[in-house]
Design a protein around this ligand. Structure first.
Ligand SMILES: N[C@@H](CCC(=O)N[C@@H](CS)C(=O)NCC(=O)O)C(=O)O
Length: 342
């Protein structure tokens, strides 16, 4: 319809402008300003997005921001962080205040369509769980009939909670707060019997309580929470960078390339590995993405592979000790799988 109406030179010029506008996106903006503005967790969610006492950011989500900066600039430090609450995260992405959101955010169809975002990579497969004081002696979520449940608004958590209790014909009293700090305080003060959120969040929050051993995480997982980075929709070049930054970390783990051996691996006899590290003559993977041919090398050298990031932030190398579970490589029974980088 539009193209039928827009005939002649003026129409062609307008269409060309439209095409330019559609193509000039966040990647160009990020390159021009020299850093990635990354939206991360605003409540010091240890393991995912948190600041240490010197103000340095760390976490699995933070590593994704750093990987994107390493891919675009060859420098993982070229990131500025915007701490965001559950409620503020989506307007911040919609308005352009941030370039990407890496903040324990579940990929759902309404966020993809109605909110105008695109998701493609999942950097942590999670599910919603429940935490209760050990002294209650509760062993299963099905024993929670009549419980007061603390939950944060503006999350998938609040919606799944309602569905789960309804589906199981259980009564409950939601105790809802907008800020995580308020939920934490209410739970600690005994204003509710149960704390529900993503299970990863529960592990992290439990460690921040005055006596972590006094709280148990129940076995039930009541939802699917694929957590991953979001960008504004119709910005395919930028979506590609964010997505492949994650896949590069997964691919490196598949190849056995680590932060420590990445330089040796450059002279590997395996053409897949050489190509991944930008060592094959005439390859154009980086160029085609709009970034340096050494993009994946820079990510692994500066941030590490997915397994290293998982281990350091939330796994055995951290105090959370979360098992790889669904986040193991597909070759080890998990869901982390990188499409071919060729
Ligand atoms: N994955 C869920 C929940 C994410 C979420 O916001 N979780 C809470 C509890 S772990 C949180 O991170 N709160 C921190 C804050 O709002 O600052 C979603 O995307 O809606």
């Amino acid at each position: 319809m539009t193209s039928k109406l827009l005939t002649g030179a003026v129409g062609a010029a307008i269409l060309a402008l439209g095409a330019v506008a559609a193509h000039a996106g966040t990647l160009d903006d990020v390159k021009a300003k020299g850093f990635v503005q990354c939206g991360v967790n605003g409540s010091n969610l240890a393991g995912f997005g948190a600041q240490d006492s010197s103000g340095n950011w760390a976490g699995l989500d933070v590593d994704l921001c750093r990987a994107v900066a390493a891919a675009v600039f060859g420098d993982a430090t070229k990131v500025k962080y915007t701490p965001l609450s559950a409620k503020d995260r989506f307007p911040a992405l919609q308005s352009g205040e941030i370039d990407m959101l890496a903040r324990n955010t579940t990929w759902t169809v309404s966020r993809d369509s109605q909110l105008g975002f695109d998701f493609r990579a999942v950097n942590y497969y999670d599910g919603q769980g429940f935490m209760v004081p050990a002294k209650l002696g509760v062993k299963s979520a099905l024993e929670l009939s009549g419980a007061a449940v603390c939950v944060q608004s503006g999350t998938t958590t609040e919606l799944n909670l309602a569905d789960y209790f309804k589906a199981n014909n259980l009564e409950y009293k939601p105790v809802v707060f907008e800020k995580q700090e308020e939920v934490d305080a209410a739970y600690q003060a005994g204003r509710c019997d149960v704390y529900t959120t993503d299970q990863s969040g529960l592990y992290s929050i439990r460690l921040s309580l005055s006596n972590p051993a006094d709280h148990v995480i129940l076995p039930e997982i009541i939802s699917k929470e694929p957590l991953g980075p979001a960008v504004r929709q119709n910005d395919s070049k930028w979506l590609d960078i964010v997505t492949w930054a994650h896949y590069a970390m997964v691919a490196a783990e598949e190849f056995g390339i680590t932060q420590a051996n990445v330089d040796e691996m450059k002279s590997s006899a395996n053409p897949d590995i050489k190509r991944f590290l930008g060592e094959e003559a005439d390859q154009t993977i980086g160029k085609d993405l709009g970034i340096d041919e050494k993009w994946a090398y820079n990510i692994i050298k500066q941030v590490g592979n997915y397994g290293e990031s998982f281990d350091r932030n939330v796994g055995d190398g951290s105090n959370m000790k979360i098992q790889r579970g669904l986040n193991a490589l597909w070759t080890k029974g998990g869901l982390q799988y990188a499409p071919p980088i060729r």
